[in-house]
Design a binder for this molecule. Structure first.
Ligand SMILES: *Cc1c(COP(=O)(O)O)cnc(C)c1O
Length: 436
């Protein structure tokens, strides 16, 4: 029988996250306090995050146990299925085997609840009452809103204004979970007001929304801030994806030669890739190919500089060394809103700089065409962000066909398209360009 999906039972779900910092040949460059130019301390981060998340942020210990309460919520949708893309393989007429890990089965439709749940859990345990955050298209905002509902935390979401207007269904989902959603830039914060003074028609950006959320969090003892990507602890939580995939590929009797993911802030890519990269770094496996795919309209890894920069537009965050297009960069309004961040995870940037990962940038029309190809063969309409991973995987499969080699490709299907009517329309336009 040709197995299509590999299902782990709930009792086989990983019980610890994997921290790749333990296996890296050199450690990450320090995070700097912009005021003093000195390395920041854990205490500097305490107005923003609870102690246990700060510990996960800076620790070199190889694993962190997943708390029982988090595991029991994870089990609502985890372990997620691993699929063999048999019809896509056939359509491409490739000798390659293509597997995808499907994170679209979470209640928010993406990988983001994997970190929203533990972040809300640790904040609740620390006595925090309210979390502020930013969101682009609303994937992260809805994931944190979901987590807030589970743990009884108040959630305030600064949503990039262009998406606030374009994605009313995402806003409705956040409000259904009990969150308050504010179009950013707003007049609620210094940062927002100063942007609006100069650019009253500003569409907003993730950098601006982060400034607003951080500003609100530091002003109040009982309020903290949550970030949906970029930070080490976020990447740590997402490793549950790759750890499950390792076990599922073992069920399939396979091991990937090529691992592909899309990169906005780096978290879903890290989630699928780090457990496999760790095995390589520890010498348990030969060198593998890792491919991080980003949009040509926001080419952080392929065109950005690897340098110290701020994480936000108003320069309220510490200085981190990362691949960046500059903290004032405002990308075009492409539909993959989750990939429009000016920077990149410092941990992933460090690993790219070590030469362990290849990077690629694709235009959005090519990615939508790949997503439609995937939808018509596998039946799942990927999120605009996930289309980039689909495109990356298809290109690798076509290369296998050209070279006549059978490789095993694994990619992360990090989210499903929904609540984004304008994206569907764009996909149809892309189809008419490529279809006939
Ligand atoms: C947020 C998001 C991304 C981008 O964030 P990463 O941290 O790079 O994963 C990608 N895909 C989906 C579906 C998202 O919701």
């Amino acid at each position: 029988m040709d197995t299509v999906k590999y299902i782990l039972s709930e009792d086989k779900m990983p019980t610890a996250w994997y921290n790749i910092q333990a296996d890296l040949p050199t450690s990450m460059p320090p995070v700097l306090n912009p005021g003093t130019g000195k390395q920041i301390t854990a205490a500097d981060l305490e107005p923003l995050f609870p102690k246990q998340l700060i510990e996960q942020e800076i620790s070199q210990q190889p694993t962190f146990e997943i708390p029982d309460e988090v595991q029991s919520i994870y089990r609502q949708w985890r372990p997620t299925p691993l699929y063999r893309a048999r019809r896509l393989e056939k359509a491409l007429d490739t000798p390659a085997k293509i597997y995808y890990k499907y994170e679209g089965v979470s209640p928010a439709g993406s990988h983001k609840p994997n970190t929203a749940i533990p972040q809300a859990y640790y904040n609740k345990k620390a006595g925090v009452k309210r979390l502020t955050t930013e969101t682009g298209v609303g994937q992260w905002g809805s994931s944190l809103s979901l987590a807030g509902a589970f743990f009884g935390l108040e959630i305030v979401v600064y949503m990039v204004k262009v998406s606030y207007r374009q994605k009313p269904y995402r806003r409705a989902l956040m409000e259904a979970y009990g969150a308050r959603v504010v179009a950013s830039p707003s007049d609620e914060t210094e940062a927002g007001r100063s942007i609006l003074k100069e650019h009253p028609d500003s569409n907003g950006s993730l950098g601006i929304a982060i400034s607003e959320a951080v500003e609100m969090a530091v002003q109040d003892e009982q309020t903290k801030y949550a970030l949906g990507s970029v930070l080490n602890h976020v990447l740590l939580h997402q490793t549950v994806i790759g750890l499950e995939a390792l076990a599922q590929l073992e069920m399939a009797g396979d091991y990937p030669d090529i691992i592909v993911g899309c990169t906005g802030g780096g978290s879903n890519f890290a989630g699928i890739a780090f457990p496999f990269l760790g095995a390589m770094l520890r010498g348990e496996r030969d060198r593998r190919k890792f491919v991080a795919v980003e949009p040509a309209a926001c080419p952080t890894l392929t065109k950005g500089k690897y340098t110290y920069d701020f994480g936000d537009t108003a320069h309220l965050t510490p200085l981190v060394k990362m691949h960046t297009l500059g903290s004032s960069f405002v990308p075009q309004g492409i539909h993959a809103g989750g990939l429009r961040y000016h920077g990149m995870s410092p941990l992933l940037s460090h690993i790219v700089n070590l030469g362990l990962i290849e990077t690629k940038a694709y235009g959005q029309i090519d990615c939508f065409a790949a997503g439609l190809n995937f939808a018509s063969t596998e039946g799942i309409l990927p999120a605009p962000e996930a289309n980039h991973a689909v495109k990356g995987a298809i290109d690798e499969a076509l290369r296998c066909k050209e070279e006549g080699v059978s490789k095993t490709i694994l990619f992360n299907l990090c989210g499903i398209a929904f609540g984004s009517t304008s994206s569907f329309k764009k996909m149809l336009d892309a189809n008419s360009l490529f279809g006939s």
